[in-house]
Ligand binder design. Structure first.
Ligand code: GLU
Length: 501
C-alpha cells in the first residue's frame, strides 16, 4: 500500500433504462441518489484533510445497464458541490485510463494469473443449468449460489468443453471453509464464513470483468490507500480481500459508511422523495447547504455544531467521527439549513447564486435575465424571505414587467371602500411626489404618518400600495420595493391605480 492517501470515488453510470426515456433513466440512476453523493463527499473530505489525492473512476463494466449521458451527470453533481478531483476520466492522470471499459486487458491478465494458479476456473454452465442448480439448492435448503459443478470437472471433460465452442465465464474458487477477516475503519473487526460465499463470476462471457475483479485490479493498480464506500458493499469485501490475497497484493484499508435512512427508519429510496443531487439543485438549494447537510449524515464535529463551511469541513473531517448507525435523511433539516445559508450569504454570493440558478433554469417570470448589478439591488428585498432560490422569481416578477397587472378590485383592502381607497392613493401620491429623498426610510416615515392622518390602518394603506406597485399580494417589503422601483415608476403605478379605480 502506498504511504500517501489516495482515495477514489467509483460510480457506476447505470440506470434503469426501461423506466422511460434516457433522461428519466439518468435522474433515477442509482448513483445519483444522495447516498452515493454522500460517499463522494466523505471520500473527498478525507482526501483534502489528509492532503492526498481524490480520484474518480467510472465503473462501467455492466454494459447492459450503462446509461448514456450518466457520466456527465455524475461529474456535474460533483462539480456543483465543489468536489474537485485530481485524477479522473476528464482530467486524466498517471494511473489512467479512469474508465473501466478502457482497461479490459488488465483485467484479463489478472484472470489469466488466477486461472493459472488455480484460484479461478472456467465455467461452461448454461443459464438453464444454473437455474436448475439454483432450484435444487433451494429444495435442499442450502445457501444460494453456484453449485460449483465446473470446479470439480475432470481433465477429459474440461478439454471436451474447451473444444465445444461454448464461451465460458471465469469464477473465483472460494476456499470451501474457514473465515475471512477484515478490519474496517468504521465497523472494526468483521469476519465472514467462506462456505457461505459462492464461487462468484470474475470474468463474464462478453469479456468484461465483474465489479469484484475490476474493483480490486484497479484499486491496486491506482495505488488506492483507503476505500470509503457505502455499507451495502461490506458483504462484497471478503470476496475482494480473497482476490487481493490470491494475486499476492496488499488490500487497501476499508471504511464502510453508515446507511442512509428515511425518517421512518426504512432504507432511503425514491419512494421517500429522495432523488438525485441535481434535482435538489433544480429545486433551488445552495451547494454549500447541500454539502454541509450531507456531511452531517453520518459524521459530526461534536454534539452541537451544525453549520460548517467547506473549509471547516475539510479541516476537521475524520473517519473516527463517522458513526456506525444509520443516519436519517430529513428534508426539513435541509430546508432549515438552506434558509440559514441564504440569510447569512453575502449579497455578492446570493446575487451570484441567483444568477447562476436562473441561467441553469430560466424562470418563466423573468424572460430577460437581469445583470449582476441589478440582482445585487434586488437581493436586500428578498434575502430574508427565501427558503430556496426557486422562491425568488415569483416574488420579484413585477420588477420585470412594464407595469403591474392586477384586478382593480384587489386595490380595495378589507374594511375599506372605493372612495377611501382612492383618497388614500391620492394622498400617497402627493406625499411621495414631495419627498426630499426616495429611500425606504423616508418613504416609510411619510406613509406611516399619512395613514395616521387619514385615520386608516397602516396595513390597509400599504396593502393598496403594494397591489398598485407590484400587482402581487405577496411581495417583498413595500418601502424597499418602492426604493428599488424608483420614484418615477412608483408614482406612475400609483397614478395608474387611481385611474383604474
Ligand atoms: N461501482 C460501485 C458503485 O457504483 C463502487 C463501489 C465501491 O466503491 O467499491 O457504487
Amino acid at each position: 500500500m502506498s504511504e500517501t492517501v489516495r482515495v477514489r470515488f467509483a460510480p457506476s453510470p447505470t440506470g434503469e433504462p426501461h423506466v422511460g426515456n434516457v433522461r428519466t433513466a439518468i435522474f433515477t440512476w442509482l448513483f445519483a441518489y444522495v447516498g452515493n453523493v454522500r460517499t463522494a463527499i466523505f471520500t473527498w473530505l478525507f482526501a483534502r484533510r489528509a492532503g492526498g489525492s481524490f480520484v474518480i473512476r467510472i465503473e462501467d463494466t455492466d454494459q447492459a445497464r450503462t446509461v448514456e449521458g450518466a457520466v456527465e451527470q455524475i461529474l456535474d453533481s460533483l462539480r456543483w458541490l465543489g468536489l474537485d478531483w485530481d485524477e479522473g476520466p476528464d482530467v486524466g492522470g498517471p494511473y489512467g485510463p479512469y474508465i473501466q471499459s478502457e482497461r479490459l486487458p488488465r483485467y484479463r491478465e489478472a484472470v489469466e494469473e488466477l486461472l493459472a494458479d488455480g484460484h479461478a476456473y472456467r465455467c461452461f454452465c448454461s443459464p438453464e443449468r444454473l437455474d436448475q442448480a439454483r432450484k435444487e439448492k433451494q429444495r435442499l435448503k442450502q445457501p444460494p449460489g453456484y453449485d460449483r459443478a465446473c470446479r470439480d470437472l475432470g481433465n477429459a471433460e474440461r478439454q471436451k468443453l474447451d473444444k465445444s465452442g461454448t464461451v465460458p465465464v471465469a469464477r473465483f474458487a472460494m476456499p470451501r471453509d474457514g473465515t475471512t477477516k477484515l478490519n474496517d475503519l468504521i465497523r472494526g473487526d468483521v469476519s465472514f464464513e467462506n462456505a457461505l460465499i459462492d464461487d462468484f463470476v470474475i470474468l463474464k462471457s462478453d469479456g468484461f470483468p465483474t465489479y469484484h475483479l475490476a474493483n480490486v485490479v484497479d484499486d491496486h493498480a491506482m495505488e488506492i490507500s483507503h476505500v470509503l464506500r457505502a455499507e451495502e458493499w461490506l458483504p462484497s469485501t471478503p470476496r475482494h480481500v480473497l482476490i487481493y490475497r490470491a494475486l499476492g497484493w496488499e488490500p487497501p484499508l476499508f471504511a464502510h459508511l453508515p446507511i442512509l435512512l428515511a425518517p421512518d427508519r426504512s432504507k432511503l429510496s425514491k419512494r421517500h422523495g429522495a432523488t438525485s443531487v441535481l434535482e435538489y439543485r433544480k429545486m433551488g438549494y445552495l451547494p454549500e447547504a447541500m454539502l454541509n447537510f450531507l456531511t452531517l449524515l453520518g459524521w459530526s464535529l461534536d454534539d452541537h455544531t451544525e453549520i460548517m463551511s467547506r473549509q471547516q469541513l475539510t479541516e476537521n473531517f475524520s473517519i473516527e467521527r463517522v458513526g456506525k448507525s444509520g443516519s436519517i435523511f430529513n428534508v426539513e433539516k435541509l430546508d432549515w439549513m438552506n434558509g440559514q445559508y441564504i440569510r447569512s450569504a453575502s449579497p455578492d454570493r446570493l446575487a451570484g447564486a441567483l444568477l447562476e440558478y436562473w441561467k441553469a433554469y430560466p424562470p418563466p417570470e423573468i424572460p430577460d435575465l437581469p445583470g449582476e448589478q441589478q440582482v445585487l439591488g434586488i437581493v436586500p428585498l428578498i434575502q430574508e424571505r427565501l427558503k430556496t432560490l426557486a422562491d425568488a422569481s415569483p416574488l420579484i416578477q413585477f420588477l420585470f414587467k412594464p407595469e403591474a397587472k392586477y384586478d382593480p378590485a384587489e386595490l380595495v383592502q378589507k374594511g375599506m371602500d372605493l372612495d377611501r381607497t382612492r383618497a388614500g392613493l391620492e394622498a400617497s401620491l402627493t406625499s411621495l411626489e414631495g419627498l426630499p429623498a426616495f429611500d425606504s426610510e423616508t418613504i416609510e416615515q411619510a406613509l406611516r404618518s399619512l395613514a395616521d392622518e387619514l385615520g386608516v390602518k397602516a396595513g390597509q394603506l400599504f396593502g393598496s400600495l403594494r397591489i398598485a406597485t407590484t400587482g402581487q399580494r405577496v411581495a417583498p417589503p413595500l418601502f424597499q420595493t418602492m426604493e428599488v422601483l424608483g420614484r418615477e415608476r412608483t408614482l406612475s403605478s400609483v397614478r395608474g391605480a387611481i385611474a383604474r379605480l
